[in-house]
Design a protein around this ligand. Structure first.
Ligand code: ACO
Length: 437
């Protein structure tokens, strides 16, 4: 693929882009549509008309199977090769060498922070971990068995009422502050939603702890003066947070951009994104994987389960991906890390069932033909469970680090002069005009 600049150089300064030639069989007319980065603009098709007053040609693409909704510089995925990079850095290197907060900074601001930038960033996030005391009242009003993701979504939306200035989304200073607040507060919201469900008092953030340590302390501290998590588990959580930070135009990022395009504040927009993440086909899949493994129960039931999936009686949760048609690189990293975690926590008994499912599926024609491989959610739940997180918390654990991706996508959308309020077209197939008797 040639960039505009390369084409310009080749043609001695003249910009002659590649084009797509279209012949309209209805009129015999020919149209030439410019190609940019292997993409044609859907609005360029509008000049294809039969009559002058026609609306013009549209594209039809339910579920955005083949539509680029934006230009982005945040995350690169090559689904066929199983490559994932944030701002150009391979996910494997970031997971090995960086902390989640460094990666969040990278995702948001485009570069890894230097020492001064990092200290300022970490401090700002730390200083914004507390929740307004009234939020506790809101949380307490939920039923004892409320799903923590429902609480999480509601509290995010409620925060917009605490920070009314957040609606000034075109002011960069206002945006900066809401980013600190949202990244800082999501672990507190998540941990308190859990404490609510088990009736334990809420634990306040402690500013001398790292981001993942602080979260573990707010989750699991009981009567000890200081909660001391195992460093292996802290590192595992750090890596899981890094792997979940962003994933380009996935369902929840698209929700964040779409809702944010109305210029609503980022609390309401991210509540919508979190709601999208909650679904079992997206961030709810790690929870669904564990429930599936429970349902299978033992190794000898795996072949029958696979047969049911092939007969269309359900899906193999944690398998398949819209973009990856190869092993999800995040699943590879998690699978490797699982042994270290299980060294501390003891093996999750469901691991054997998961490994057997993967072994059979990767050799089976049904899965091979459809290029279905384990995705990030296939193994993450096993680790979370071994770390004593309840299954209900899994989508919340996904949402905490994904906040950095949502906010990066939101800012990029707001700053993009080509973007407007997101408003797709439709093919209307309903009744023609008719009169009420
Ligand atoms: N188990 C069995 N068959 C599957 C699975 C699966 N997990 N995933 C896809 N297929 C089949 C489909 O039935 C379809 O078969 P067909 O061609 O005979 O009709 C074919 O593979 C293509 O699948 P689509 O549904 O068209 O793929 P799509 O890109 O729309 O869906 C998705 C991707 C939603 C992730 C899907 O693979 C799925 O539901 N997986 C299980 C849920 C899951 O793990 N989600 C997590 C995704 S990762 C994330 O959000 C972090």
């Amino acid at each position: 693929m040639e960039t505009k600049e390369a084409v310009q150089k080749k043609n001695g300064g003249a910009l002659k882009l590649d084009t797509l030639k279209i012949t309209d069989s209805r009129t015999g007319k020919e149209f030439e549509i410019p190609i940019d980065h292997e993409t044609v603009k859907a609005t360029d098709l509008r000049k294809i008309k039969v009559k002058d007053d026609d609306f013009g040609m549209m594209t039809y693409d339910p579920a955005f199977m083949n539509t680029a909704s934006c230009k982005s510089r945040i995350t690169f995925i090559d689904g066929d090769k199983g490559i994932l990079r944030y701002r150009g850095y391979p996910i494997e290197q970031l997971a090995e060498k960086k902390s989640y907060l460094e990666v969040a900074y990278l995702v948001l601001y485009g570069e890894l922070p230097n020492k001064t930038q990092y200290e300022e960033w970490e401090n700002q996030v730390r200083f914004h971990t507390y929740l307004h005391e009234n939020v506790k009242g809101l949380m307490e009003s939920f039923r004892y068995d409320a799903h923590p993701m429902g609480i999480f979504v509601s509290v995010l939306a409620a925060l917009s009422t605490f920070y009314p200035e957040a609606k000034h989304v075109l002011d960069p200073e206002v945006r900066r502050k809401q980013v600190w607040r949202l990244i800082g507060k999501v672990p507190t919201i998540a941990a308190w939603a859990y404490r609510h469900s088990i009736g334990l008092p809420y634990v306040y953030p402690e500013n001398d702890l790292t981001y993942p340590e602080n979260f573990l302390s707010m989750m699991f501290k009981v009567a000890e003066a200081k909660y001391k998590p195992d460093p292996v588990l802290v590192k595992a959580l750090e890596v899981l947070f890094i792997l979940h930070a962003d994933h380009e135009q996935n369902c929840s990022a698209n929700a964040m951009r779409s809702i944010g395009s109305s210029q609503v504040d980022p609390y309401c927009a991210s509540a919508g994104a979190a709601a999208a993440l909650y679904g079992p086909l997206h961030g709810g899949a790690n929870e669904a994987v564990l429930r599936m493994l429970d349902e299978i129960g033992s190794m000898d039931k795996v072949p029958a389960f696979i047969k049911d999936v092939k007969d269309g009686k359900g899906k193999l949760m944690g398998f398949g991906h819209r973009v990856y048609k190869n092993y999800d690189p995040r699943a590879k990293i998690i699978k490797k890390m699982a042994d270290q975690v299980f060294g501390v926590t003891g093996k999750n008994p469901k691991l054997e069932i998961a490994l057997e499912l993967e072994r059979i599926a990767l050799q089976d024609d049904y899965f091979v033909k459809r290029k279905l491989y384990p995705n990030v959610d296939f193994y993450s739940g096993l680790i979370y469970q071994a770390m004593k997180f309840p299954v209900d918390m899994f989508p919340v654990l996904f949402a905490i680090p994904r906040m950095s991706g949502w906010l990066a996508q939101w800012e990029e959308m707001l700053m993009d002069p080509e973007q407007k309020i997101a408003r797709p077209r439709q093919m209307y197939l309903g009744s023609d005009k008719r009169d009420v008797n």
